[in-house]
Design a binder for this molecule. Sequence first.
Ligand SMILES: [Zn+2]
Length: 586
Amino acid sequence: MAYTLSRWSLDDLYPGFNSPELESAFDQVEEQITSFEGVRGKLTPEIRSEQFLEIVRASEDTRRTILKLDAFAGLAFAADTQDQVAQSLQSRVQQFIADITNRTLFFSLWWKDLDEANAARLLEGSGDYRYYLEEMRHFKPHTLSEPEEKVVNLKDVTGSSALITLYDSITNRYVFKLKVDGKVQELTRAQLMNQVYSSDPGTRAKAYQEQFRVYAADGPILGQMYQTRVRDWYNENISLRKFKTPNSARNLMNDIPDEAVDALLEVARRNAGVFQRFFKLKARQLGVRKIRRYDIYAPVAGSTKQYSFDQAAQMVLDSFNSFMPEFGTLAQRVLDQNHLDSEIRKGKRGGAFCASIVPEMTPYVLVNYQGSAREVATLAHELGHAIHAMLASHHTTFTFHSSLPLAETASTFGEMMLIDKMLSSESDPDVRRDILFRQVDDSYATIGRQAFFAMFERKAHDMILRNASVDEISAMYFENLKEQFRDSLRLSEEFKWEWVAIPHFYHTPFYVYAYSFGKLLVLSLYKQYKAEGDGFKPKYHKILSAGGSEAPARILGEAGIDIRSAAFWQGGFDVIREQVEELERL
Ligand SMILES: [Zn+2]
């Protein structure tokens, strides 16, 4: 059977917005919460281990329903961001979650406050809940009183969460105008940004200029929203919760030691030259003295090879299958169960993502497939995420989801397997060269670019707290770009507005290092795979199956990886340097 572009079905969650199942889910949670409130009196330091476990299980049950409600609303909204019914369901769910979070807050507060001896006793019998419970206690020094926590939760719904939704609403309705094939077309950002991979230099430049024309027009407002977000982050995490630095709050959420992130960013800064060397090589390939910033993703061979969706799906499944049949079977489940939204539609969210909701449910994947080799790789990437979640489905709802820094492992590894597969069956030298160049393009986008984003973010938070204006932040961003590129390319001024166009800075402050982390980690793992062959596979399978059931440093430590060491991160950059050297010889 041939695979075709499709819209996903959310029936495995709920049959529809007005379905009795959806309404009764709200009622069910309401009932569970009421009964959960009844255990409050039973929470004493001497509570029996079995009774404690029962309470944790009950909270897992409730969480499962909430996750499904939240996913249904969120996915319906992603499928059509202009759908007002989806949008209002999303608001309803968010309000509902905030309310019940508040009503059940007493449990985590009690748990965090419990004395060491009794906590150790209860952890002993907690099975797969253990890491989840341990992690909660990490936040003990940063937790406020119950009424204070309640106020923070409630005010977030209409405060910073609302601000972020507003940022999305404003930026998702932008219309970009670009002349394509002689006609001016109205494009979404995803369609516009596809043009930066065009083989025509004029089109690449115009795509970027149009993007920044639109964002710069709202620059002062988007910048103001960012300043507000940063101050809110500071007020909550530093003033109230007493974290040492703004980024250490995120690092604790990811359970990654601050020193590991610092080591990674320092190594990335030292290795900026690898990508500069690559950009100079690209200039020679393109026959120019120096490339412009517009050209960093320019295809060197001008290959415009297109893949039908069926070809794409088959290639991706084949590459997973040849690594390990289990991987192929799991990925195929996403397609067979109609959990993949692949077609292009007006109002549909741009980009791509994978949502894994509860352990036993096949994850949902969204892509905007238009047929390029890059989009085939994106498909492999998102299905890699899905495989990761499914391999960890024997864990609890609290522990199956891989923690953030490991979240990009299976996805990136999946992309690399696909690229190997594409190269092995491709004889056209132009297409091969194109694929190899794109590998380094992609390493730049995921490692170099994101690491410098992370450095920008640290500085931006610092400056905003010292009352920097939006223009001053833009100027600092421009300096960051200059350090990143040096003399390897020509940088034009409108790029100073790039930072207001990066949703991660608004959504999840200090997240972006996770991309560099994931990709460098995978480069090292892939190198091991090439060296060890089949012997590597069980080790890799074990890393993925662990999901989020242990600290990332520990999961990786068991595979012989020390994330605090600069040498480990340097190993990832060595792989990129070798790729660049290979390209220089081509
Ligand atoms: Zn990803």
